[in-house]
Design a protein around this ligand. Sequence first.
Ligand code: URA
Length: 244
Amino acid sequence: MTRVNRNVPSSRASKAVRLDKYLANNSTLSRKEVRIAVKTGRVLVDGEPASSFSQHIEDASEVLLDGAPVEIQGPGYFMMNKAAGWICSHSSDLYPSVYACFDRPAESLHVAGRLDVDTTGLILVTGDGQWSHRITSPARHCEKIYRVGLAEFITPRMTERLEKGVFLSPEKVRTRPARVEVIRPDEIRLTITEGRYHQVKRMLEAVENKVEWLHREQVGELKLDPDLAPGEWRALQNNEIALF
Ligand code: URA
């Protein structure tokens, strides 16, 4: 599924910028493909074939690639229902990368709070580093809500310890207070406000339990869209972007 979010619809360049950068940022072409496209005359700037990939295009220049206007896309803001077996990393020999799913250069995107390869659910993908920082900054305590399948039945003592905070060896600082809602004896909803490495799995290990499966339902006030099947994504709406 590829639905495109063009945050600033325009076929005009908004400021002077190198042609190769402009095309790489605003089309699905890599920098290398951009250079080939320019060399082979597929790129027109203001009606003339581009002279060089390093030429600067001026404010209000019109850029055409294969006859179609190249629009300024903005950084992009997406939610994905990550499927198991996909990795939130730009390169892996073992697993497919979530970035390959989006119709813009992978290197222009990052995930605001990664999930492990076997974890499913909500990931937020963007090119806007300031926006993602507001989600992941440890100082902001943004809530993340997970459904957690457990190997052992949850006990009141485990719940109490998780809610109070546990030590994740070898770290010296207790996890921040969490919320536990028992859904079934072997399934809980866990709300945490940090993003430590493998945090949920390590928290459950710390109380002598084990995560069997893990699914992220919500980040801050933003819930995973129930219409997204595993592996599907959509652009965020402006009111969703404004939550962070
Ligand atoms: N905690 C984990 O252990 N894994 C995840 O993927 C997310 C949170």
